[in-house]
Design a protein around this ligand. Structure first.
Ligand SMILES: *Cc1c(COP(=O)(O)O)cnc(C)c1O
Length: 405
């Protein structure tokens, strides 16, 4: 088979080859974008067999599509999972997973620091269906373990978190959850399978916003869930009926992006570490949030469960929001935009990015300073990024309390 036994290959090789062979058409070296909504059959018996899932094939674009299937295969192989299913966005993957697995009366345990949209599902939507949500302080492992031991259908985790880059011990928490029969779901968007493999650490399901690092080019939305066949079948069934299907063109763009996943993530992670160290030594920077720094609260856990520490960091400026307002527009090599994980650096405050859904009071309660800046490192030369940050910081020196002294 072209691409060999891809499951045995290393991650960089899998990024390039995994999942494609069976879909290459007439010698094409790239998978086709199949826009067809319907798939035709002359033989009614065969049509019926495919429709009932007794035979492989496609019936209707809301259910399955060849281009979408290659995308699912590639992510499945990168995460080392038995099965995978995709969604139109990361939030559709998260809500689809939760709504397909939870029932009224169930209890779910999670963290206060999950992605803003996920947090809204916990606070606004699940309670409507009589599902009890318990959100624990993110790094209080004892508290999380106690809440799980009290009974939970799902333990829902994210590490590193957005935007304060907290780290939770996935192996320890998965072990505790399994001891009491909870399912463990991990949002692996920030780490990517290149830096962290939640299934190998004991998680049952791993979710991605493919919009971010997997696609990597900020030109397609998508989501994906990987795990054991039975759970994925349940989640797939919810999606095929509820209809948050990944578009074939988006699947193609995400697939093309994933060819360079390992190249991009390694460079972004290395650059983020360099940038974090530069910022940590700068007098106008109050605090740097990056799990790769030895001063990070859970650096030791991050070292155990991650290869590198990822391409996203946050930092707070001395000088209040006035400083943020002057600093951000002065950057030459950063889009001030809500996305992350792209080849271009992006930067923004949580109030317009990760926690746009929250009020100022809610952000304060989550311990997110209003002077925080989330900085997602692109693939630019890191010296240029550091020079850019340095000139931006010089411009806000006038509002910094350090200068007024
Ligand atoms: C962006 C993001 C999501 C949501 O993904 P969309 O594709 O925007 O719906 C979920 N989790 C994390 C960690 C994210 O960064």
């Amino acid at each position: 088979m072209r691409g060999g036994d891809t499951q045995k290959a290393q991650l960089g090789t899998r990024s390039v080859w995994a999942g494609e062979d069976a879909y290459l058409l007439q010698g094409a070296t790239q998978v086709p974008v199949v826009h067809s909504v319907g798939f035709g059959y002359d033989d009614l018996e065969e049509w019926q067999d495919v429709a009932l899932g007794r035979k492989p094939g496609h019936i209707y674009g809301r259910n399955t599509n060849p281009t979408v299937q290659v995308f699912e295969e590639k992510v499945r192989m990168l995460e080392g999972a038995e099965a995978a299913t995709s969604f139109s966005t990361g939030m559709a993957a998260i809500s689809g997973t939760l709504f397909s697995l939870l029932r009224p009366g169930d209890r779910i345990v999670s963290l206060v620091d999950t992605y803003g949209g996920t947090n809204k599902i916990f606070s606004e939507f699940l309670p409507r269906f009589d599902i009890e949500v318990v959100l624990c302080p993110t790094t209080n492992h004892e508290r999380i373990i106690r809440e799980v031991a009290a009974g939970a259908k799902i333990l829902y985790l994210e590490s590193p978190t957005n935007p304060t880059l907290k780290i939770v011990d996935l192996k320890r928490l998965a072990g505790a959850a399994h001891a009491t029969g909870s399912l463990v779901v991990v949002d692996n968007t920030f780490a990517t399978p290149i830096n962290q493999q939640p299934l190998a650490l004991g998680a049952d399901l791993v979710i991605h916003s493919a919009t971010k690092f997997l696609g990597g080019h900020a030109d397609a939305l998508g989501g994906v869930v990987c795990g054991p066949q039975d759970l994925i079948q349940t989640i797939y069934h919810y999606r095929e009926i509820n209809g948050a299907t990944l578009h074939p063109m988006s699947a193609y763009l995400l697939l093309r992006g994933m060819k360079t996943l390992q190249l991009r993530v390694r460079r972004q992670s290395a650059s983020a570490e360099t940038v974090a160290r530069f910022l940590a030594s700068h007098p106008l920077v109050e605090h740097v949030y990056y799990p790769g720094l030895r001063t990070h609260e859970n650096h030791d856990i991050a070292r155990r469960q991650m290869q590198q520490f990822g391409g996203v960091l946050s930092f707070s400026l001395a000088g209040g929001f006035e400083a943020v307002r002057d600093f951000l527009p002065s950057l030459h090599y950063a889009h001030l935009a809500a996305n992350l994980g792209a080849v271009e650096t992006t930067a923004g405050p949580p109030r317009t990015t990760s926690h746009v859904e929250c009020t100022a009071e809610e952000r304060a309660a989550l311990g997110i300073p209003e002077t925080l800046i989330r900085y997602s490192v692109g693939i630019e030369d890191v010296d240029d990024l550091i020079a850019d940050l340095a000139q931006g910081l010089e411009r806000v020196r006038h509002v910094s309390p350090t200068l007024r002294i």
